[in-house]
Design a binder for this molecule. Sequence first.
Ligand code: EPZ
Length: 419
Amino acid sequence: MEKFIIEQSLNIKGDVYIEGAKNACLPILAAAILSNGETIIKKVPFLSDINVMCSLLEDIGIDIKKDINNKTINIDTKNIYNKEVCYDLVKKIRASFLLAGPLLARFGKVSIQMPGGCAIGVRPIDLHLKGFKALGAEIIQEHGIIEINAKNGLVGTEIYLDFPSVGATENIIMASVLAKGETIISNCATEPEIVDLIEFLNKLGAKIEGAGTETIKIIGVDSLYNCTHTIIPDRIEAGTFLVLSAATRGEINILDVNCEHLKAVTSKLREINIDIEEKDNIIKVFGKNIFKNVDIKTMPYPGFPTDMQPQFMTLMSMIQGTSIINETIFENRFMHVAELGLMGANIKVEGNSAIINGVEKITGSKVKATDLRAGAALIIAGLCAEGISEISDIYHIERGYYNIEEKLKNIGAKIKKIT
Ligand code: EPZ
């Protein structure tokens, strides 16, 4: 298994270029199923999750051409056919379930494995299925397989989401674009990645209004064509480097970001007394001041993002005083607490809250990445800790951070990968 060996690296300095957003690229690749022609996706982060999604598309006859140097994927669906979605690939990534909506819209029938849960929670799909049923599909679930059938096609309707689920919002939008008539989805998620998906679908010829609001209207069309689309910057990769710069008392320029998407993160960092300069698509972070402890409550966008919670926990573990993090999105997203504890952090978990008592310093230790963002939190901890840290199970980290080792080395971090 590969590991990261990290030595304390303070006063990190330099430029970091942000990739396209993984969580925008995944639904957009799934949505390409709806196109009758060729689509070109630019600013693709060639992460393991993206490669699995590409393999899922190839498995149903879609032609995929990857140009890694130019971060571009050419997709051609002319030979697409419907079949049970490949079990081995489906199990690799949660986002595989985003194939359900487009396959249902295009073929009226889907056979796909129940997506497994993962470290951070059960990750149910009841809201996705509620939307498909409301559009007229029949659903049979047995032996871990979900058969979704819309014998008479899908018909537009009104759907209320009990929770603003990102994936359910995306799947129901994709299922609705070829339905007969109009669909209104209320209490949707409003994440920037959903706005990017809607922009891509409208470029293909879909008729979707309300992007970025809690009510989306879709007017069904007969078919979708082709387009070229550039993925939005990854706000979570950018946020991770913001926290890393502050925690290591460094001075990093983060380039190719969308500052609007990071409001909750930058305002929380300013509350901690971290100097941040935003200009066009660049954010400069200075971690030189005395930090103040703050409390955090994760919320759906535009609230504080759950995907930034572990990284902030690392930062807050070294700020004098008591801070509280309340994780309201996932029921099991505190696995990094035990690992940070091995490094000397003083954090207690009570239900879905973590009580953090800041310590003077943390020290290097052997720790394990339990999920994608927890792994990122441990990298930040390793850079701050006295001595040397070893992080195992780094495949989690490489699912969401393209070229992370090289990017860190370029800003002076002492990190190396060993097998
Ligand atoms: C997306 O996951 C992201 N993944 C996650 O990022 C992110 O943490 C999450 O949205 C929340 O922002 C991708 O976009 C690929 P949800 P998703 O449906 O769509 C409950 C990362 O680190 N729920 O908004 O699975 C669910 O259990 C990953 O990049 C239901 O109850 O998130 C959870 O508690 C981690 N029923 C809450 O909603 C459903 O049918 C939020 O889930 C669906 C969800």
